[in-house]
Design a protein around this ligand. Sequence first.
Ligand SMILES: [Zn+2]
Length: 354
Amino acid sequence: MDQQQYFQFYEGSKMGIKTADGQIIIPAVYDFVAIPADDLFTVTEGGYTAYFNTDGDVVLSFSNLYESYGNFTEGLARVMRNGKWGFINREGEEVITPRFYFADEFAEGRSIVRNENDLHGAIDTQGNLVIDYQYPVLTGFVKGYAKFGDLKTWGLIDATGNIVVPQIYMSIGQVYRNKVTVQVLEGEEYKEGELTIGGGVGWNNNLDHVNAFNRQKTQFADAAEQLIDTMYRNGCPCEYERFRDYIQWNSPVGFVDQEILFSAFVKKLHNEGDNNFRCTHCGTVYEQNWEQYSAFMWVLNVTIKTTGKFKNKGAPVAEYRPVALGFYGHVIEKYTNKYLQHDIETVINYLKQP
Ligand SMILES: [Zn+2]
């Protein structure tokens, strides 16, 4: 598209195109109008597709010759016939015969295509397969490079298909001035660095805090498992008021210590179904609910549904509970008046205090 900005607008359920200063390029009488990278609008109406230029004139008239029509990029639009994708040019001529199981829009002279075995390669604007079908995942080209991989590890190829970064990284950013941020998992440790294409990686310590936290979580899980084993040797954890208080959580904020403690505890409980878990020693039933708080955040809520038969043998709940791993979420301040940051040992000793 040229410098002018274009906007879709509606009248009723119909769509058209306007400029920023309100000039109507395409009246709102169509089902859908797309604004692609090239200067041709894709206009659909009643199962037919046409292409209009920026003066609002029809360049390719309405047609349903193909089952599907894409947007023009780099002078070509993808079209589907008999379930296979090919390309037409701005004159409407079929310049790449539909034969691909999938073909993406052209970018940087390449279209990512897929074969019947779900492997991806790339074609040039003549339709030649310039990168052979070999990748489970292949992204479009940006600044001369495309990411390939299997969703677990990624590498980079150039426009001729040469591997310029091997497929060993769990994450690869956007190439900028021949450099790109990469992340790798070595054993249980994450590492981040800046890779120079054709050169080495300069590692940084950006992920050290993630590794430290993960190590602490593993330590807490081990300690929680030992604590629960010890408590079961002479009864059960339910007998400890502090344990019951700590494990019960019903809040939008995540509580890492509680989540790890209950994850260790639930392995010892009998699954009654419906998210209910029963202590076979005393009969206490715990209800577990993972609740989605936001797009990326789930919170483990636990309540005691039925209190079993036991005698309290632990110390009463303290005014301030120790917490080793803390909380995550948005209203954490609310909990700081009941919890104090300590190490793992302090948390475990607090819970088992007679
Ligand atoms: Zn119990």
